[in-house]
Design a protein around this ligand. Structure first.
Ligand code: 9YT
Length: 130
């Protein structure tokens, strides 16, 4: 069994910080679960263009308000506590935070540790050039 405390994990290399967000990776590939699990904070005013070409992701909003725009269709969905979105088609999207947002995120395949976004909004697959 794996038991981890978010506040403790935040003090370790499980915390990854980047422009507009930080994320604590509570489960990584090395944990052998087949997915990774992150608690991500999006900073107020952030506008993030992501496209996880190599990963499927679902995100559940725990706190804060913002929106997600489907970059292909232009459709905008409000995000508030209780809302989940799943990028089942590796959907290119824009995440906008009106307030600080706390999100629980699951990635399949799991991230390995220190990934941050490449210029195209994706994370590298393990072994792929960064
Ligand atoms: C909300 C969102 O897109 N989260 C992505 C995961 C987070 N940026 C991370 O842990 O890399």
């Amino acid at each position: 069994m794996i038991v981890r405390d978010l506040a403790e994990a935040r003090k370790t290399r499980r915390l990854v910080e980047a422009e507009g967000w930080n994320s604590v990776r509570l489960l990584l590939k090395s944990d052998g679960m087949g997915y990774s699990f992150h608690i991500t904070t999006i900073h107020p005013g952030a506008e993030l263009h992501f496209e996880y070409k190599n990963h499927l992701e679902c995100v559940y909003c725990i706190e804060g308000n913002g929106s997600i725009e489907d970059s292909t269709t232009g459709e905008v969905h409000p995000i508030r506590p209780g809302v989940m979105y799943a990028l089942d088609r590796h959907d290119a999207h824009v995440l906008r935070a009106e307030t600080s947002m706390t999100m629980a995120c699951v990635f399949n395949p799991p991230v390995t540790g220190r990934e941050v976004h490449r210029p195209d909004g994706s994370y590298a697959l393990e072994g792929e050039a960064v």
